[in-house]
Design a binder for this molecule. Structure first.
Ligand code: COD
Ligand code: ZN
Length: 390
């Protein structure tokens, strides 16, 4: 949806036949922690060697963006938020060979450089070139591609998708099928692999198992989908917002719990409901207290607890040390343990081939100029995923 007119600065109108120009377009800027996002005219520089400039078509609003805006992650302001993006390659810098102008692509919050220790290890996916922990806010060469009224604007996770144009490293972008519906597949850039992948790829949920999922937002709902697809026979969903329960049930949750309405701690209720504890527990909220509750909801001997959410920086996770002896497993997981450039395009193909259905996760779609309404819906707990359309 072309909501804004784009102004090409400089004399050249045909990007194929002349040097790349700076683009002036609209973007959402967070000038400071907890400030209201402001839609501004920004300058987006051309991609440098090894970089890709993308015309965004859609971006989801993910819980991590909210963590960024609240200042719960250590990021630099002013910045352009957003990471769950789908778009079309507008131009590429020197040496870029994995994507070309006109390709449909997804942005990747966790890149895949294919050179670092994590990328070279068969089980690793947390690429050394990621910019989440910590978040420098700059490109790999230490500089920014965005500016507004002469001021440097930082990048968010080297993705920044709440903008009509963004620049990302080649290692943080991947080509997807030409017929992918761009108003939805942005979810496959983050929420779907993060949640669905945590269940099917990381935990490898087993048929007939009992799962408990803490947090029934976009990511937790994708976890539920993964548990269901893996044949779990019981899926307990935990959320303080009961508005999330009907959709969660439709996705496969068999029992819904609101911890605020229970007379006992939620882990005790899960223990009573299951008798022996859950086979698999997932934390998709990003709070230490729910991480502890997820851990204590698992079976003591063979339970597996997956931490999907990211707690605020400096938070410490405190667990009863003796409980680890009995054999249960605690595992962190990011982007479903997928090596992102290798695996994420296949999820898009699987969606196109009806092997996975992401449609129920897209509860709202709004044009970019209604960003504030989208954020209001998110904060009111009414969305699973609201997709911004450009
Ligand atoms: N108890 C139960 N439910 C709670 C509680 C609580 N104390 N607090 C909040 N909730 C519920 C909310 O009502 C909401 O339904 C849900 O938790 C959170 O959902 P969203 O929609 O706000 O967030 P998601 O699903 O988009 O994202 C959740 C993450 C945990 C993935 C995210 O916040 C995060 O921590 N991301 C960083 C980790 C990561 O892997 N990132 C990869 C790319 S984002
Ligand atoms: Zn995300």
């Amino acid at each position: 949806m072309a909501t804004w007119d784009l102004i090409m600065t400089g004399p050249c109108a045909d990007p194929l036949s002349c040097p790349l120009e700076t683009i002036t377009c609209r973007a959402a800027i967070a000038w400071a922690e907890k400030s209201r996002l402001s839609i501004e005219e920004v300058q987006v520089e051309p991609p440098k060697p090894g970089e890709v400039r993308i015309r965004m078509l859609s971006s989801g609003i993910c819980g991590s963006d909210d963590h960024v805006l609240k200042g719960e992650l250590s990021v630099k302001f002013p910045l352009i938020p957003g990471h769950e993006g789908a778009g079309i390659v507008e131009s590429v810098g020197d040496g870029v060979c994995s994507v070309k102008q006109g390709d449909k692509v997804l942005t990747l919050i966790i890149p895949q450089c294919r050179e670092c220790d994590a990328c070279l290890h068969s089980q690793g996916n947390f690429c050394d070139k990621q910019d989440v922990l910590p978040c420098s806010g700059v490109m790999l060469d230490g500089t920014c591609r965005f500016s507004c009224r002469g001021q440097k604007i930082y990048h968010s996770f080297r993705t920044s998708t709440f903008t009509e144009y963004t620049v990302v490293p080649e290692i943080a972008v991947v080509k997807i099928d030409d017929d992918a519906p761009m108003d939805k597949v942005c979810l496959i850039s983050c929420g779907v692999p993060t949640g669905y992948g945590a269940a099917v790829n990381s935990a490898k949920v087993t048929p007939g198992s009992t799962c408990v999922v803490f947090g029934l937002g976009g990511v937790g709902s994708a976890v539920v989908m993964g548990c269901k697809a893996s044949g779990a026979s019981r899926i307990i969903g935990v959320d303080i917002n009961e508005q999330k329960f009907p959709r969660a049930r439709a996705l496969g949750v068999t029992d819904c719990l609101n911890p605020n309405k229970l007379k006992k701690p939620v882990q005790e209720v899960v223990m009573e409901m299951t008798g022996v504890g859950a086979d698999f527990a997932f934390e998709a909220i990003g709070k230490v207290e729910t991480m502890v509750a997820a851990w204590n909801s698992c079976n003591n001997s063979y339970g597996v607890c997956l931490i999907v959410g990211l707690a605020p920086v400096d938070a410490q996770l405190c667990l009863e040390a003796a409980k680890i002896l009995s054999g249960k497993t605690l595992k962190g997981v990011c982007l479903g343990d997928y090596k992102t450039r290798d695996c994420i395009p296949q999820i898009v193909t699987d969606y196109l081939q009806d092997k996975i259905n992401i449609d129920p996760l897209v509860t709202h779609q709004l044009p970019f100029n209604q960003l504030h309404k989208a954020l209001e819906l998110y904060h009111a707990g009414k969305t699973i995923r609201c997709v911004l359309l450009f």
